[in-house]
Design a binder for this molecule. Structure first.
Ligand SMILES: [Cu+2]
Length: 142
């Protein structure tokens, strides 16, 4: 093989390993601890998957259970709906934020000041992303 061919093959390999087709980006991951013992924590984040996928599960070594909820307003009344999965259209950012999609964290362990709260996001494709959620203050979990 000539040196030119070797370089071309290497360039191909490098671009294949660039990972853009597989990329998953999580931003603005924040966690609000409950104010009282036995309360429920809430977590927000935004997520972008380069390929179409779905969030199918969430877990944390520091929580009993994590659910995905949507806040829906019907006739002026806000209520929450539990979601089994959330669609991630290819290349589109899906935002979990106040008064919209959110994570509810049941039986959370207390987090030390300045420490992060770990949550693993599981996708239908089998991908798993371990995310460190930064603590924020606040009480409105919707
Ligand atoms: Cu909720």
């Amino acid at each position: 093989m000539s040196m030119k061919l070797v370089i071309a093959a290497l360039a191909l390999l490098l671009s294949a390993c660039g990972g853009s087709a597989e990329s998953l980006t999580v931003d603005n991951a924040t966690y609000r601890a409950p104010l009282t013992d036995g309360g429920v924590g809430v977590a927000y984040f935004s997520i972008t998957s380069a390929t179409a996928d779905r969030i199918t599960g969430l877990s944390s070594p520091n929580a009993g259970r994590i659910e995905m909820h949507a806040t829906v307003t019907k006739d002026g009344m806000a209520s929450m709906e539990r979601l089994d999965s959330v669609e991630l259209p290819a290349g589109q950012t899906v935002i979990f934020a106040a008064r919209g999609l959110h994570l509810m964290v049941f039986s959370p362990q207390p987090v030390a000041p300045g420490a992060t709260f770990p949550i693993q996001i599981e996708l239908e494709s089998g991908r798993k992303e371990a995310v460190s959620f930064a603590q924020t203050l606040g009480t409105d979990h919707r």
